[in-house]
Design a protein around this ligand. Structure first.
Ligand SMILES: [Zn+2]
Ligand SMILES: [Zn+2]
Length: 331
């Protein structure tokens, strides 16, 4: 005798259908994407290289001037490129965001706030403590770590070598750094959510259920090393990258993590919805790109939310909280 499935089974089979459907779609998208990439990669990089070729000599000359200025003291050059420049980008961008967080102005930025009613304005005591921790992490962990790792970088392929990478190589490295970071960040971050580590280490970062930009580096020292620094450094170390790639990558990584914490879904910038949701709900969306969350199903609840519908690149000026509003609360 065949029994009608109870609601949990119905739910599971619906889920399964959903996953198979989305996997087929993903495979189709990835497959055609891959084909297109292979077809166009050579022609695109050929054009870029041609463009680069013209300005390439210019950059090569600038680099050689820097090299001769710092001859015999290349570690200073490495320190500037791998630590100072990215940190300046971080504080430049976060300085602008902090103005909006503290004043709620200008309104044309503040109106893109994701969690409405939160941080309006941000608590100044909490903010001071966060900035203090970030400065501590940068001065006493990131900077010494970069100095300490310089010999390893040198051993893996001298980052201060004379020849700049080709544009082709540079793009390829950026793509591989992004993938390496996704894998290492996802698993180290998931591990930090394990009860054995959460309370002592990762809870600090999650004090902010509605994060702001600087919170991206607001973390316990162990987390800062294992989950922030190493996933970003592993790629350049493994590939023996040139300092120019390292500077661009570290700056980019700091800007992207700032965006994912900033609390505003701004036009023409990567969507921060998934990591904002992670801070709101704790057990969803551990990754950066979302690929591993999709594969491990750690975004199943997120996918049922309005936040997921808003998790797109905003290509207009209407805030997504207006165009895709939360359902009216029934009380
Ligand atoms: Zn976070
Ligand atoms: Zn977390």
């Amino acid at each position: 005798e065949r029994q009608e499935p109870g609601w949990p089974d119905t739910f599971l089979s619906l889920q399964e259908g959903h996953i198979w459907g989305s996997m087929r779609r993903t495979a189709l998208i990835l497959g055609s994407g891959l084909l297109l990439s292979v077809a166009f990669w050579n022609s695109v990089t050929w054009h870029l290289q041609k463009f680069w070729g013209a300005s390439g000599y210019f950059w090569q000359a600038q680099w050689e001037r820097l090299l001769s200025t710092f001859e015999g003291r290349e570690w200073i050059l490495f320190f500037i490129g791998a630590a100072l420049v990215p940190v300046l980008f971080f504080w430049g961008f976060n300085g602008l965001l902090l103005v909006v967080d503290m004043t709620g102005r200008p309104n044309f930025i503040a109106r893109y706030r994701i969690q409405q009613g939160k941080n309006e304005p941000v608590d100044s005591g909490k903010l001071r403590q966060a900035i203090h921790t970030v400065l501590f992490n940068q001065s006493f962990i990131s900077l010494p770590m970069i100095v300490f790792l310089y010999p390893f970088f040198k051993w893996c392929g001298d980052p201060c070598r004379r020849e700049l990478p080709t544009f082709h190589r540079f793009l390829l490295e950026l793509a591989l750094f992004t993938l390496t970071e996704e894998v290492l960040f996802y698993y180290s971050h998931r591990l930090l959510h394990h009860p054995a580590f959460y309370k002592k280490i990762h809870k600090k970062h999650h004090e902010w259920t509605a994060p702001i930009g600087v919170v991206s580096l607001y973390a316990h020292p162990i987390e800062h090393v294992a989950s922030n620094m190493l996933p970003a450094m592993a790629g350049p170390l493994a590939m023996g990258s040139h300092l120019s790639s390292i500077t661009v990558w570290f700056s980019l990584a700091l800007i992207v993590t700032t965006i994912s914490h900033c609390g505003y879904h701004l036009p023409f910038l990567p969507s921060p919805e998934s990591h904002d949701y992670h801070h709101l709900k704790f057990n969803q969306c551990y990754g950066v790109l979302g690929v591993l969350d999709h594969l491990h199903g750690t975004d199943a609840l997120f996918k049922q939310t309005k936040a997921y519908e808003r998790h797109i690149l905003l290509l207009g000026f209407t805030p997504l909280s207006k165009s895709i509003p939360d359902p009216q609360k029934m009380e």
